[in-house]
Design a protein around this ligand. Structure first.
Ligand SMILES: Cc1ncc(COP(=O)(O)O)c(C=O)c1O
Length: 451
């Protein structure tokens, strides 16, 4: 029998690298050669690495190169790759069949776990974060009988038509489609506001108060790089929603069971200062499988079909393999896990500051719990406009130097960097060792732009 390592033969020296050959094949049959745009390396140039296997903190590509993984599947792999206990639970579940389209025990157990840990009374499972936010908005509209949705520029909630929206021509005006293919009618009930801007939020509520079904925000944005809420901002949002009879949706697809464990809501489900009406989950709660969820107060959730009139469904929703993986992951996500990741993140952040400082590379490092990112600018970043001041060319140089030295950063300047409990001393040291040369390459690229 072939082991995983034997599954893709290495190319003999001198032939086209396997990643390049696969990318050429992929581009012939898939738009851009990828199934999610950021994977294509368009923002940094070059050929994406096709990964053959992963173990702990490490990725191995089809050419046999190893990388310390700072993407962690864009968040889900809190425990690192191929965690033995998660794999054992999944293998046992697979042997019992992979999907039945009936209720199962693992989905009840995972729902109980979410209800126990997060500020929600009931949850409904779906298969992606996009479905979770789309369904939460439908439920908010069904519950309130209102139509208008508020979101923030730079927050990403999946590729929901109504949320792929850009701000209209004035503050607190209705949005325009953010991409071809979204009809104007899908965004004409969406208002896009600058993040962390209380005045803009107050103005929008003054203008549309009794039409607003919900406000959706990332609990701590990670999709424009990490831009934490200013102190009290989430509590302000919760309050203004409550005052105006709108629902406050906290999108925790990225932060849930990652950053949220350290401040947004506690591991024991305690809420610190603010309570969302609905919460969306994804990533970590699926343990690396396509699982997501939305949840909230029973009074709201019970408006969902079949108990209530708001329709929502899914063929693979609550899939037994995905829920088993999620359950195994959450049960292993102890305080020690978060403490380990936090310590690793602190070490890496310190090394970044030192290397970038030595290279004279302007930078701002921001974090939300264990999630962090680096903006190549010297001005504070509190919203999307600020995030866009990052030097993208310098980031591309940083990215490629790190990649050449065996560290896989997000191939975009606007993404969070993720660590896992499997990032041990060896993995962290490889990152630290790679940083000085990468910082010099980025500083040189930055200087080159100015000439
Ligand atoms: C905050 C947030 N919400 C929603 C989504 C969409 O999730 P998915 O990619 O599973 O559809 C993402 C994805 O990155 C996200 O970060």
């Amino acid at each position: 029998m072939l082991s995983d390592n034997d599954a893709v033969p290495y190319d003999p020296p001198g032939s086209v690298p396997a990643s390049e050959a696969l990318f050429a094949r992929a581009k012939a049959v898939t738009p851009g050669g990828v199934n999610s745009p950021v994977r294509a390396f368009n923002a940094v140039g070059g050929t994406p690495r096709f990964i053959r296997s992963a173990q702990g903190a490490w990725l191995t590509d089809v050419d046999g190169n190893d990388y310390v993984d700072l993407i962690c599947s864009w968040g889900p792999m809190l425990l690192g790759h191929a965690h033995p206990e998660v794999l054992a639970a999944v293998s046992a579940a697979v042997a019992r069949g992979t999907s039945y389209g009936t209720p199962t025990e693992p989905e009840v157990e995972l729902a109980e776990e979410l209800v126990h840990r997060a500020p929600v009374e009931e949850v409904r499972f779906v298969s992606s974060g996009t479905e979770a936010t789309m369904s939460a908005i439908r439920l908010a509209r069904g519950f309130t009988g209102r139509d208008v949705v508020i979101k923030f520029a730079g927050c990403y909630h999946g590729h929901v038509d109504a949320l792929l929206a850009s701000a209209g021509s004035g503050l607190a005006t209705f949005a325009v489609p953010g991409t071809p293919g979204v009809p104007a009618s899908s965004t004409e009930l969406t208002v896009v506001l600058p993040y962390n801007d209380r005045d803009a939020v107050s103005k929008a509520f003054a203008e549309y108060g009794d039409r607003i079904a919900c406000l959706i925000t990332e609990a701590s944005p990670g999709n424009m790089g990490v831009v934490p809420p200013l102190p009290g901002f989430n509590a302000f949002l919760a309050e203004i929603c409550a005052t105006n009879g709108a629902l406050f949706i906290s999108d925790e697809v990225m932060t849930g069971f990652r950053a949220s464990a350290q401040g947004h809501w506690g591991l024991d489900g305690k809420v610190e200062g603010w309570t969302p009406d609905l919460v969306t989950f994804g990533k970590v709660m699926g343990g690396g499988f396509p699982a997501a969820a939305f949840g909230g107060r029973a009074e709201i959730m019970r408006r969902l079909s079949p108990e209530g009139p708001v329709y929502q469904a899914g063929t693979l929703a609550g899939n037994p393999i995905a829920t088993t993986a999620g359950l195994a992951t959450l049960r292993l996500a102890t305080d020690d896990v978060y403490a380990h990741i936090s310590a690793a993140a602190e070490t890496v952040k310190g090394a970044i500051a030192e290397a970038f400082g030595a290279a004279g590379l302007p930078h701002v490092i921001q974090n939300a719990g264990t999630m962090f990112s680096v903006f190549l600018t010297d001005e504070p970043v509190t919203d999307f406009e600020g995030a866009k001041r990052t030097d993208e060319q310098a980031y591309a140089a940083l990215f490629h130097s790190m990649l050449d030295q065996g560290v896989y950063l997000p191939p975009s300047a606007y993404e969070a960097w993720f660590l896992s409990s499997a990032h041990d001393e060896r993995a962290v040291q490889q990152i630290i060792d790679a940083l000085p040369a990468a910082a010099r390459a980025a500083a040189a690229a930055s200087e080159g732009e100015k000439k």
